[in-house]
Write a protein that binds this ligand. Structure first.
Ligand code: F6P
Length: 328
């Protein structure tokens, strides 16, 4: 074992995601297993600037595996984007006797980590945590599986009322600029149409598809729309357009919003969090830095943080075909 690493800090940063607590727990316990001290940084980079750190021992993470959100809390720090902010953060980092950092978050958080490493030489490992699943270098980000299950459960409920009233629902889901949640939850919930930013087929195609659905005997429909989709200017405009062109439809809109970010993590996310947290500590012990841990074909992998930030995680276009076939 390389004994250089003696004290590791862990933080959660950016939008929270189910499974972040489980990942913190894994980092803490992997540290203790390897006789390394661990500290938690509150509110991401902002907490480091304000020297808000807490010691974490194995009991301090008890009963956290099933909790949603992040007990370390999260923030998007503007101050850390400045060299002065980062210098303050580094002073506190040193004063606490820390020698490595694990950042659980998305690409913005990883960019901050890379700059911190470049300016101050702090070894940094990233753990991808975001419901959007939009990070290159991992097939699954923490929280994505839980969010999919949350969305499917919500759509199932909307389906009940949609079919009772013969209504058409536009359901907006999160995902920022990516359509992972919309596409996979849409297939899982049997949506008639799925609109994602990666594939803009135009509003006319939507009308055609709804007409085909109607002719095939469907009396209610669910259209899942990713928040980043560009078919219209959002779900409310889509509703207006369809009402104008297909007055026979009684249309409703449901924006699922932040409920998609909450809740107890799924078993998949808990196991993933455990595997990623252990690997992050292993890499730091090996003297590695500037890497993001991820999961690919069920193996835990390490990808350069720079690639994780710059490259694009593409959706599987074959899923669009599957969605089309299943919705006839
Ligand atoms: O990145 C996670 C996410 O929930 C996105 O899906 C969404 O666009 C964004 O964060 C919302 O951010 P906020 O919580 O700041 O409104």
């Amino acid at each position: 074992m390389n004994t250089k690493v003696t004290k590791i800090a862990v933080m959660t940063s950016g939008g929270d995601a189910p499974g972040m607590n489980a990942a913190v727990r894994a980092v803490v316990r992997a540290c203790i297993y390897n006789n390394i001290e661990c500290m938690g940084i509150m509110r991401g980079y902002q907490g480091l600037i304000e020297n808000e750190l807490i010691p974490l021992d194995s009991r301090s993470v008890r009963n956290t595996i099933s909790r949603g959100g992040t007990f370390l809390q999260s923030a998007r720090s503007k101050e850390f984007r400045t060299p002065e902010g980062r210098a303050k953060a580094f002073e506190n980092f040193k004063a606490n006797g820390l020698d490595a950092l694990v950042v659980i978050g998305g690409d913005g958080s990883f960019t901050g980590g890379m700059i911190f490493n470049k300016e101050h030489g702090v070894p940094v490992i990233g753990i991808p945590g975001t419901i959007d699943n939009d990070i290159y270098g991992t097939q699954f980000t923490l929280g994505y599986d839980t969010a999919l299950n949350t969305v499917v459960e919500a759509i199932d409920k909307i389906r009940d009322t949609a079919s009772s009233h013969n209504r058409l629902f536009f359901i907006e889901v999160m995902g920022r600029d990516a359509g992972f949640i919309a596409l996979n939850a849409g297939i899982g919930a049997g949506a008639e149409e799925i609109l994602i930013p990666e594939e803009n087929l135009g509003i006319e195609r939507l009308i055609e598809s709804l007409e085909t659905s109607k002719k095939s005997g469907k009396t209610s429909s669910i259209v899942v729309v990713a928040e980043g989709d560009k078919t219209g200017k959002g779900v409310f405009e889509l509703k207006d357009y369809v009402e104008k062109n297909m007055p026979e439809y009684d249309v409703r809109v449901s924006v699922l919003g932040h409920m998609q970010r909450g809740g107890s993590p799924s078993c998949f996310d808990r196991v993933l969090a455990g595997r990623l947290g252990v690997k992050a500590v292993d890499l730091l012990i090996e003297g590695k830095s500037n890497l993001m841990v991820g999961i690919n074909n069920n193996e835990i992998t390490a990808t350069d943080l720079e690639k994780a930030v710059k490259l694009h995680h593409d959706i599987n276009k074959n899923l669009l075909r599957v969605a089309d076939i299943l919705s006839i």
